[in-house]
Design a protein around this ligand. Structure first.
Ligand code: SF4
Length: 265
């Protein structure tokens, strides 16, 4: 029996290109330089950590005073969405909560441990998933709704609790907008069933690919027509350069940040 851990980042990459999934997660070929990692993730890491510390009752003002950019984001959020910070004895608050869900492949040889880390859960009569997005511009709602994070986190909260889909919602807060902006998605039985079916189909495909990988065969590449290779750090390794005329070569360090979870799990 083989155990494979899957987060929303894994699903996103797998859906985009199975070969990229292989390179990043099975072969550990992707790297970010410390400088790039620091530049692209430091603000997000600090913001998430500070709000987690606040939920734990720890003082954060000294750090905010020394970090004006984060201070502006936290204060902007507190002014725009005070309800997120209001204590309510009927609502349980859970910060940085990890939920896991084991699903077996139909071949019974592979098990998949799905993992979700919730920035903030507000659990009352209804359940609200709150997620801090720390990149600059808000993403389009249509795209966000299809993101694996949205679908997996809603699915896992229902699957690991007594809440029914109609009682669960997911709100993204874009904390670097001025003022902060939010996008909220509800959930339904139909969406829950669709996500479950898609997850089952996906892990069945992955089980087949993993079995072949252990026998020395690589996972499939995305079709060139999808135009994803030009922005992939593995374009040379995949020999996709000649099929992508007149495109700029990516640097190793600037790519695949999106393929890695905002807070790695
Ligand atoms: S270059 Fe294209 S085929 Fe190769 S890993 Fe990247 S997206 Fe996939």
């Amino acid at each position: 029996m083989n155990l494979q851990r899957l987060s929303q980042g894994h699903l996103k990459t797998l859906q985009e290109c199975p070969r990229k999934f292989e390179y990043i997660y099975l072969s550990s070929l992707a790297t970010l330089s410390p400088t790039d990692r620091q530049q692209s993730m430091q603000f997000g890491s600090d913001f998430h950590r500070l709000l987690h510390q606040r939920e734990l009752g720890m003082p954060i003002e000294p750090f905010l005073a020394a970090n004006p950019k984060i201070q502006a984001a936290v204060h902007g959020l507190q002014q725009t969405a005070p309800h997120l910070f209001a204590e309510n004895p009927e609502v349980e608050r859970a910060s940085e909560q990890v939920r896991t869900l084991m699903i077996s492949g139909t071949d019974q040889e592979n098990q998949y441990l799905f993992t979700a880390i919730y920035d903030l859960l507000l659990l009352g009569v209804k359940a609200q998933i709150i997620d801090w997005k720390t990149y600059g511009r808000p993403a389009r709602a249509e795209r966000l709704e299809q993101e694996w994070q949205t679908r997996l986190y809603l699915y896992m909260l229902v699957a690991t609790s007594d809440y029914v889909p109609a009682d669960v919602s997911f709100t993204y807060w874009f904390v670097q907008s001025d003022p902060p902006q939010s996008v909220t998605f509800g959930y339904s039985d139909r969406q829950h069933q669709e996500t479950q079916q898609e997850l089952e189909e996906l892990i069945d495909r992955l089980s087949t690919w993993l079995q072949q990988y252990r026998q020395g065969k690589s996972l499939p590449q995305v079709e060139p027509e999808k135009q994803l290779c030009q922005n992939c750090q593995f374009v040379a390794r995949c020999d996709r350069r000649e099929k992508q005329d007149n495109v700029r070569m990516p640097s190793l360090s600037r790519l695949d940040i999106a393929a890695i979870d905002e807070i790695p799990v």
